[in-house]
Every structure is written in C-alpha cells, then in structure tokens.
Design a protein. Structure first.
Length: 82
C-alpha cells in the first residue's frame, strides 16, 4: 500500500483486511500509549488511500474478523467485497 500513494490503477485488490492485521497488532503493541493513537491514525489513512486508488474496481477481502477500520471508516464497499 505504501508505494501506491499518488498512483491510480484500473483495479485495486486489498487482501486480508482483518482484525490484528490492519492495523498490525505486532507493530502497535510495543509503542508507548502516546504514540499508539498516531500510529493507528496513520494506518487508517493508509488503508483509505489504498481504497481510493482505483479507476474502475475496488475489492477487499477478509479471512476472519474484519478490521475495526472497516466499521464506519468511510471506505467504499462493492458487491463481493468484504
């Protein structure tokens, strides 16, 4: 997702947008509380950026429990997308 910033693609597929993966708990657990909120905000922005890079089609999948970012995050969902 990092390299997509500023780019546009015909189709965008984002896989495994799951709780514990987006945002990655392993990256957040060792951060001081003061830095955690900012890191979560950056991860949410990164997912939003990925979800707005398509011209024609956007799909995302989950493999279990969806990321908490998908609940009210304002990302676009299409038929067949999680």
């Amino acid at each position: 997702m990092h390299r997509a910033k500023g780019s546009e693609f015909s189709r965008v597929l984002v896989f495994w947008v799951d709780e514990g993966l987006v945002p990655a708990e392993c990256l957040l657990k060792d951060l001081p509380e003061a830095e955690r909120a900012d890191a979560v905000k950056r991860r949410r922005s990164l997912l939003h950026m990925a979800a707005t890079r398509d011209r024609d089609e956007f799909r995302m999948t989950t493999g279990g429990r969806p990321s908490p970012f998908l609940n009210g995050s304002g990302t676009r969902c299409f038929p067949g997308a999680a």
